[in-house]
Design a protein around this ligand. Sequence first.
Ligand SMILES: NC(=O)C1=CN([C@@H]2O[C@H](COP(=O)(O)OP(=O)(O)OC[C@H]3O[C@@H](n4cnc5c(N)ncnc54)[C@H](OP(=O)(O)O)[C@@H]3O)[C@@H](O)[C@H]2O)C=CC1
Ligand SMILES: O=C(CO)[C@H](O)[C@H](O)COP(=O)(O)O
Ligand SMILES: [Zn+2]
Length: 341
Amino acid sequence: MINQVYRLVSPRQFEVTYKDRSLQSDYIVVRPTHLSICAADQRYYTGTRGKEAMAKKLPMALIHEGIGKVVYDPKGEVKVGTRVVMVPNTPTETDEIIAENYLRTSKFRSSGYDGFMQDYVFLNRDRIVELPEELNPSVLAFTELITIAMHSIVRFEDRAHRRRRVFGVWGDGNLGYITTLILKRRYKDSKVIIFGKNQYKLDHFSFVDEAYTIDEIPDDLLIDHAFEAVGGKGSQYAIDQMIDHLHPEGSISLMGVSEYPVEVNTRMILEKGITLIGSSRSGRSDFVNTVEFMKEHPDFVEYMGLLVGEMQEVRTIQDIVEAFEKDLTSSWGKTVMEWKI
Ligand SMILES: NC(=O)C1=CN([C@@H]2O[C@H](COP(=O)(O)OP(=O)(O)OC[C@H]3O[C@@H](n4cnc5c(N)ncnc54)[C@H](OP(=O)(O)O)[C@@H]3O)[C@@H](O)[C@H]2O)C=CC1
Ligand SMILES: O=C(CO)[C@H](O)[C@H](O)COP(=O)(O)O
Ligand SMILES: [Zn+2]
């Protein structure tokens, strides 16, 4: 069959390519229904990802957050029409210590390999996770972003000390919202504090114990562990504040991506004995955990509904451009594309 793949060829420019795909293979075929735009896709779309990476990775289909319906399973094990979330990381080996998303041989969609902006996505059997029918598809579209927070929290649980009385999350955007809500649900007796730049964004965090704009943090406020969900140059300022407000031997979980290296006050990290935990992307087990978590906490999915910012029906390449442009000017939440192309 001929599959149409919608690739970014240069900043703000998409082109369709036609790929001949055989159904005589082991791949499960998924028709995407709802796709969501990540900050990483925007760095490629706008060309801010850096000249070298742009030259190396384009042309490439963007998008690594998405759900769809199974249209073909060569083994007939998954029913046609089953709603699934697609796992963008594709490992080519296994390792008993290193997780699939940290193996240098793994391929990650929309970062050097074609993402989900295609008519049909061909996936290995273990790269789909079945979703409950009753949950809001616009929220499910960004399940992958929820797995990022979930993965980071799982790593934190393995690596940080066990006193978990007060958590601080920096970043009043999508990832900050998701991380604070998961922490609130997982640690019912702990205090969760959000630190952000904008009061109007902080107003969305109705479920937290405390919220501060970053220029109004009380000097004597102390936390046990911090999560960074800022990225860019802002993460430098956030990490500085985390170091100031952490109790000794606390941890900092880093999630925000910065295009350029940021300065870190290593002297105070040493003096306070702080553990830095970096975390990037996610793997199948994070998707399974996240789907289970959403089934167990229907109110979590309801709160996630507040993160659905723009919705864009996509039938043409121009609609894709509109979705990305809308996303750039949107001040809150995720942009979801209803994939009808
Ligand atoms: N590790 C991983 O695998 C992944 C990482 N990411 C990365 O996480 C980061 C956040 O993503 P996302 O939530 O979608 O982006 P958002 O832009 O929605 O969130 C970032 C938020 O942080 C706010 N901010 C800026 N500076 C500070 C500061 N010093 N302290 C507190 N808040 C601050 C921003 O405000 P304002 O807009 O006003 O500047 C914005 O509201 C990005 O870098 C993204 O690439 C995303 C997915 C996966
Ligand atoms: O968003 C992400 C995962 O959800 C990662 O930040 C993204 O994969 C980073 O990739 P790149 O190196 O291409 O910017
Ligand atoms: Zn992403």
